[in-house]
Design a protein around this ligand. Sequence first.
Ligand SMILES: [Mg+2]
Length: 289
Amino acid sequence: MPSPKRKRPAGLPPKAGVVVFSDVDGTLLDFHTYSAKAAAAALRELKRLNVPLVLVSSKTKAELEELRKGLGIDAPFVSENGGAIFWPKSSVTVKPKGAKLVDSYWVREFGTPYASLRKALVAFRESNRVKCEGFGDWSSEVVSKFAGIPQPLAKLAQQREYDEPFVFNPVPPKDVLDRHLKLLASDGLTVSQGARFFHLSGPSDKGLAVRELIDWYAATAPVKPRTLAIGDSPTDWPMMAACDIGIAVKQPDGRYHPSLRDHKGIRLAGAPGPEGFNRMILRLLKQLL
Ligand SMILES: [Mg+2]
């Protein structure tokens, strides 16, 4: 329950001034069940206060469209680890910088085209005799199994534009793995680690896209909003660095990602996935609004 002094009279317009950027897998959605149920109270509060919830995910545009529809979210979103920003055309009055109109969205692309990423992954494994495979090698049945999602959703996950999720099979010892990752991440490509997969992308990352969106929100609002970023994996650290407040949720094993110790000033949610999201977003909305 909000304290009386925080309660605003009904009928007043909600206070603008906060934007929440959230990772999806393992953060807003439970790592195993892909359910946002545990975050329901925070999602309701964000809607009530008219605080934009920007999904920033490794997921594709097709997957995020489905998810946004289900959760009733209408803010812009960022697909494939920062590959592109999509602004729904209907909700934009000022054209975002550098964006082009594609169907019902203004789109700003940062990512390297998927076909180039696939070419690079195939060339890497052939010339180094490394056993690694990604979404482009698999049927929707295999993607469904590896990602732990139903097959219809796996088909949406395969509609990739800027990022190739991949695994090593078998996983080599750490020193060999580090050497492989370094080799692959040359020629302007980036390798990052998500909750389930490694990701091969261009020089784009979640931080670059989020900084662009913060500038856009600042240009369209009377005051620069306070910005929050919440996530669980190394792909999320750059977006936390771009925001005023970064929040890490625990991973399904009940621990924070080990690389979090290299990043100072990130707040700890104290719980995994959507449970951590719910706890911290409710707490911070109370503090900030
Ligand atoms: Mg995640």
